[in-house]
Design a binder for this molecule. Structure first.
Ligand code: FMN
Length: 195
């Protein structure tokens, strides 16, 4: 499969960075082809302009889609699957990735009128979280994240959709972090290998 990986983390020292590397290693070994948009490395502009807002809110349809946005849309059209890799920030994705959706999911591409975006075979979210899964489930936060990402942002834009939460990575509990990270890196590699 041709896989488009959208990666968003500000630091290369992070667990999320290593998790992305393991996933790509697995993809590579399974002979999948991939391209990566590393949003911080690319310095992707997550800020919607006034003109873009007015186009997206149907005040005016004249503003053309910006070249950096079209480039991301081309990567989607050339792929069979999309994978998002990022840390949870306040029960959401980092602002840069939220802004990527604001700008790349344009009307006429991802939604009405006549959306041209292809229906992907698969959309996978690989999300690192400081909290444990038990805690995220107890508060309903993991459910909220799934509703927003899988339910709203992907909706019917992919046939198969999944969110894997790599939990318990906070530095507040170093013993737990160390143990979880070892398991998570192996699972990220397997997610690539079995993609
Ligand atoms: C601004 C900010 C907000 C965060 N919000 C959450 C959160 O809502 N839920 C959660 O489980 N972890 C949260 N975290 C923890 C990150 O998800 C954590 O840094 C990440 O899982 C793993 O860290 P690493 O990849 O940087 O090593 C937050 C971290 C930061 C910096």
């Amino acid at each position: 499969m041709q896989v488009f990986v959208v990666y968003c983390h500000p630091s290369k020292k992070s667990f999320t960075h290593d998790m992305k590397q393991e996933f790509l290693k697995g993809l590579n070994e399974a002979n999948h082809k991939f391209i990566v948009s590393d949003l911080y490395d690319m310095d992707f502009n997550e800020e919607m302009s006034e003109d873009e807002y007015e186009r997206e809110a149907y005040y005016s349809t004249e503003t053309p889609v910006a070249e950096d946005v079209m480039e991301e849309q081309r990567k989607i059209q050339q792929s069979d699957a999309i994978v998002f890799i990022y840390p949870v920030f306040w029960t959401e994705a980092p602002a840069k990735l939220v802004g990527w959706f604001d700008r790349v999911w344009t009307s006429g591409f991802a939604y009405n009128p006549n959306p041209k975006m292809k229906i992907l075979k698969k959309a996978l979210f690989m999300v690192s979280a400081g909290k444990t899964l038990e805690s995220l489930e107890e508060t309903g936060e993991s459910n909220a994240m799934r509703i927003v990402m899988l339910g709203d942002r992907i909706r019917n834009r992919a046939l198969e959709k999944e969110m894997i939460i790599f939990d318990g990575t906070t530095h507040w509990d170093e013993a737990q972090r160390k143990q979880r990270i070892a398991e998570h890196l192996l699972n990220a590699y397997k997610a690539g290998l079995n993609f």
